[in-house]
Design a protein around this ligand. Sequence first.
Ligand SMILES: [Zn+2]
Length: 176
Amino acid sequence: MIPRTMAEAQIPHRVDAVKFVEQIQKLSGEIDSSELTRLNQSVERCLAPINCVLSFERDEERHRLLVGECSTRVAMICQRCLDVVEVEVSSRFELGLVFNDDQARQLPRRLEPVELGENGQLDLWAAIEDEVLLSLPAFPAHPESECQLQQPEPEDSNSNEQQPNPFDVLAQLKQK
Ligand SMILES: [Zn+2]
C-alpha cells in the first residue's frame, strides 16, 4: 500500500488507530497547546503549538505502532533564580498501540504502551501531551550565563578577603 500523507494544519483529536495502521497513515501538523489542560498545569505558560510528525505502522512482529516526534516551547520557572525561563521541549517516541494490559505486557521493552478504545480509537492529543509532559525538564533553569542568580555575589567588592574574625570585630568595638 502506498503511504498517504494527510497535510492537515491541525492534528485530529481522536483517530481510528487500527485503520490508520492498516493505511500506514502519516500525519504532520500542530496541536493547539492551549487545549491541553495537564500540560498547562505543569508549566508556567505554553508559548507555541505542538508540532508533530507522526506515522502509524506495524513492525516486523506485527505490533501496531505510532512512531513520531513532537516539539514545542514552554515557559517554566527557573529553579535557580525563580524567574521565567523558556524551554524547548522535543521528543521522539515509539508507542505500542494495544487494546488491553495483556497486550501491553507482551510488548517489547522499547515500546511504550498506549491503550486504544474498544473500537480502536486513539486519543491522539492525550498521547502527544503525555510525551511532552515526559520530556519536560525536572530541573528547569537558565543557562548559567543568563541566569539572574549566578554564583552568589559577596556583599562588598573585596571578595577575596576572608570573613572577619568575630573577636577582631569585638576588639575594634572596644577600642572606640
Ligand atoms: Zn535563572
